[in-house]
Design a protein around this ligand. Structure first.
Ligand SMILES: C[S@@+](CC[C@H](N)C(=O)[O-])C[C@H]1O[C@@H](n2cnc3c(N)ncnc32)[C@H](O)[C@@H]1O
Length: 315
């Protein structure tokens, strides 16, 4: 007799060893060496289903094609996540990010080859899938921005602060006729993004330039602009946003995000609420079309700040 309690429930999605070999390697590496995140892959596939697993497999399998390369990326993720947990615990007590100048963050992080290539960039890349609020933000990007580009017949886009190249790569794969240009100040973000997009087979439609667009504006201006998780890294986000606004073509649209209440080694500007980001966007001349807010987890007690991802489609 069927179990009436479970018969009508949809089956929980699981990894498939044939379809997701890189994720199976990742799962094993986490279970054996990084117990604090032992079940994060299983929990994510149960939460987001096989589409999540297929998408993540295509990125990890292309960029980290051997079991050793996957294990290296997982080590980077573990170091990245542990550092952010330590800083978050201090933030919960102190109520502020540890003071740091932009130049200090740049030399400690963006211009530190070992840290960028071994920990920060692989860690950030994996977090885009392993942290639920990050993955939900990527889903919002797909439905609110990539679909709008498709419908409008977009031919090009610009990303500022490319980091891992995940958002540019996602767009290039979804829209095969589109070309992109990425700007960043870090030579290691450039190197990582180029390797990532080449591995995905979309690098021939993408150029990366080392440039601070607020100092040297983009020309021709952008119809479609993406800037993910850069604002909280700056001392004066409004000045940066004014620079982004000035780089947009008339009628252009931008996808701009910020991390809130999320301590990290290079997070300088503390946003406590999504409205803090929106107020800056409006001050810089943007008009809101759509927004998204996702929380990393439930607060451990009332009033304890929780990392949020806030994303805005603006024109
Ligand atoms: C958290 S990462 C961005 C994440 C990235 N968008 C992703 O999805 O992986 C921050 C990036 O911003 C870059 N950055 C910092 N200041 C910048 C500036 N003034 N102009 C352009 N990029 C900048 C850093 O080098 C780093 O690559």
């Amino acid at each position: 007799m069927p179990d009436t309690k479970t018969a009508d429930r949809p089956a929980v999605a699981r990894l498939d060893r044939q379809a997701h070999p890189a994720l199976v390697c990742m799962n094993e590496a986490l279970r054996v060496r990084h117990r604090f995140a032992a079940d994060i892959v299983d929990r994510s596939v149960a939460l987001f289903g096989t589409r999540w697993a297929d998408e993540f497999e295509s990125v990890v399998g292309a960029l980290f094609p051997t079991a050793d390369a996957v294990a290296g990326a997982v080590r980077g993720y573990a170091a990245f996540a542990m550092q952010s947990m330590r800083l978050q615990a201090a933030f919960e007590v102190e109520g502020q990010y540890r003071p740091k100048t932009y130049d200090e963050a740049a030399s400690e992080v963006y211009f530190n080859e070992q840290h960028m290539m071994q920990e920060y960039l692989p860690g950030l890349l994996l977090s885009h899938f392993l942290w639920p609020h990050h993955y939900r933000q990527l889903q919002f990007f797909d439905s609110a921005f990539v679909d709008a580009m498709r419908v409008a017949g977009a031919s090009s886009f610009v990303e500022v602060g490319i980091g891992t190249g995940l958002y540019s790569g996602f767009l290039l794969r979804r829209l095969p006729d589109v070309r992109g240009t990425g700007f960043d100040i870090s030579p290691f973000s450039k190197q990582f993004t180029e390797a990532h997009l080449d591995a995905l087979g979309v690098g021939d439609r993408y150029e990366v330039e080392l440039r601070d667009v607020t100092v040297e504006p983009i020309d021709p201006r952008a119809d479609w602009l993406v800037c993910v998780e850069v604002l909280e890294h700056l001392e004066d986000p409004v000045a940066f946003l004014r620079g982004l606004r000035a780089t947009m073509a008339p009628g252009g649209k931008a996808f701009i995000t910020a991390a809130l209440n999320a301590a990290h080694a290079d997070h300088i500007h503390l946003y406590r609420a999504p409205d803090d980001v929106l107020a800056q966007l409006v001050e810089a001349g943007f008009t809101l079309e759509q927004s998204f807010v996702g929380a990393a987890y439930r607060p451990s007690a009332p009033g304890v700040p929780v990392p949020l991802a806030a994303a805005f489609v603006v024109c």
